[in-house]
Write a protein that binds this ligand. Structure first.
Ligand SMILES: [Zn+2]
Length: 259
């Protein structure tokens, strides 16, 4: 059974059981969601705590403020109920993530590849989009459904709270699907543009990322589609993103986050 057939099958079953476990993503894709928003936030918070305990944080105030400035500008431009928190980790890996509950992590290695605030905004916008579109809820749901069977559906009350720990581990290990990545690119471009960052810089960023290849390709690339195919997708959405960007600038949104 393919993943989409499985989702449809489980969605149909959820409807049969009168459980509203099926939801639409912001761009209209069907998702199977067995886990409530609150439960996802609890998993995201737990996974974030774990990371903060295990990894050293950057102790340069300027660097920390720079990343916070970009993240704050983006989360301020979108509507969400989260109280966003940002952590900058001292780590050479070219990587960043955002977790349900409004937790954003950026590795210092990423700052060597993002040449300016717009390029950093492209990565943060993309990661925040994964959270807003609830991609983790969808992948945690199907993984739990596959592992535990549909019996968790039959309970009718959503997920067993004892599974929060399992979910937190899944959050840190499960890759996003190709469809999730395309949606996050498309939404992320809109989010950065709405915040007043130049969406065209995202194309340069993925080019820098590709050039970083060689002996040790950026970690971000190992979990994401190839820059070539992403650049083609981005260019398709670019005209509307540029329009959004120009409106944001005209409305006075001109962020100046300094590295
Ligand atoms: Zn992604």
């Amino acid at each position: 059974m393919t993943r989409s057939t499985l989702v449809l099958h489980l969605c149909a079953l959820a409807v049969a059981l009168l459980i509203t476990a099926c939801a639409e993503s912001p761009t209209g894709r069907n998702q199977l969601l067995l886990v409530s928003e609150e439960q996802m936030a609890a998993m995201g918070d737990q996974a974030f705590q774990q990371m903060k305990q295990e990894k050293p944080r950057v102790d340069n105030a300027t660097t920390s403020e720079y990343v916070n400035c970009v993240a704050r500008t983006i989360t301020g431009a979108i509507s969400s109920s989260y109280n966003w928190e940002v952590a900058v980790f001292e780590d050479d890996a070219v990587n960043a993530f955002a977790l349900p509950g409004g937790n954003i992590g950026v590795f210092t290695g990423l700052l060597k590849v993002t040449k300016n605030q717009h390029q950093l905004a492209a990565v943060i916008g993309h990661e925040v989009a994964h959270v807003i579109a609830r991609h983790s809820a969808a992948r945690v749901s199907s993984q739990l459904a596959t592992e535990l069977g549909v019996s968790i559906l039959a309970a009718g009350t959503g997920m067993d709270p004892r599974l929060i720990g399992t979910g937190a581990d899944l959050l840190l290990s499960l890759p996003y699907s190709r469809g999730d990545e395309t949606e996050a690119d498309r939404l992320g471009l809109q989010y950065m543009a709405r915040a007043g960052f130049d969406p065209r810089e995202s194309v340069d960023l993925w080019r820098n990322m590709a050039q970083e290849g060689g002996a040790r390709p950026p970690e971000f690339l190992s979990t994401h589609p190839s820059p070539g195919s992403r650049i083609r997708d981005l260019q398709e959405y670019m005209p509307s993103a540029v329009q959004t960007y120009q409106q944001a600038r005209a409305a006075g949104r001109r962020p100046q986050c300094v590295p």
